[in-house]
Design a protein around this ligand. Structure first.
Ligand SMILES: [Ca+2]
Ligand SMILES: [Ca+2]
Ligand SMILES: [Ca+2]
Length: 249
């Protein structure tokens, strides 16, 4: 390519800074470029981000940022997934344990019912099929891990009156220690430590007939369940009822 001397001279006049860019064939071929001239020329015409290496560095930087953001995002996501998994596993384990306990509880209740026990509110009750003295009845309940029934409420009195049917049964109530001072049994940890003072004696009872009636029975010979107790000799053979409370289960 040949550029005439006239054009070269015109460029020098219009733009002095372009002197070193004079592409006059002769000048280029015969005159070595000065170091300072080259630096001025490149700084004036090429910014670093426009160089191929600059563009590559920017792209690599952006790629690095994107990769870093991706890694952080994946970490957060998997942490949530793993947290959710462990939470679900704990919930399932807890549910399984609860179901197992519920199954064992129902199994125990079925076993009790099949062996003659009946549940009312928080206690279990056993109605004897035999007749024994009050002391023997008490011992039988202890062997069963229970105690002679202790009546703590009107509801319990009504339930026992109904469930014992036509039978007269022993209660855990006596005045064997001091005549006329009636107390509930307290068979250690198996017994209920206290019972309310409310009583459900038949009219005219307790009468301590013949000075020998120190043990209480619940009699079904009267229709009023709230007036059904009678004192009898403790040696009388009667049915009895045992009670298991939550503390004795
Ligand atoms: Ca009771
Ligand atoms: Ca008495
Ligand atoms: Ca009596």
């Amino acid at each position: 390519m040949t550029v005439g001397p006239q054009l070269s001279r015109q460029a020098k006049v219009e733009n002095p800074t372009m002197q070193t860019m004079d592409i006059d064939k002769d000048t280029y071929a015969n005159k070595p470029r000065k170091k300072d001239d080259i630096g001025v020329t490149f700084s004036a015409n090429f910014q670093w981000w426009k160089r191929p290496s600059g563009v590559a560095a920017v792209c690599l930087g952006l790629l690095y940022v994107l990769l870093l953001a991706g890694i952080i995002g994946l970490s957060v996501y998997y942490n949530r997934v793993i947290g959710h998994y462990y939470s679900a596993a704990r919930f399932q384990t807890s549910s399984l344990n609860n179901l197992t306990k519920e199954r064992d509880h129902l199994k125990e209740e079925l076993n009790k019912q099949s062996s003659g026990w009946q549940k009312f509110e928080s206690s279990w009750y056993y109605l004897s099929t035999e007749k024994k003295s009050w002391t023997e009845s008490r011992q039988d309940c202890l062997k069963r891990g229970a105690h002679l029934v202790i009546i703590n409420s009107k509801k319990e009195q009504e339930f026992i009156h109904e469930w014992s049917g036509c039978l007269d049964i022993y209660l855990g109530f006596h005045d064997t220690n001091t005549e006329g001072v009636w107390e509930w049994i307290n068979d250690g940890a198996l017994g209920q430590s206290s019972a309310p003072g409310t009583t459900y004696w038949r009219d005219g009872e307790p009468n301590d007939a013949d000075q020998g009636e120190d043990c209480a029975q619940l009699s079904n010979k009267v229709s009023d369940p709230l007036k059904s107790w009678n004192d009898v000799p403790c040696t009388t053979a009667l049915h009895w009822m045992c009670e298991k409370t939550p503390s004795t289960l």
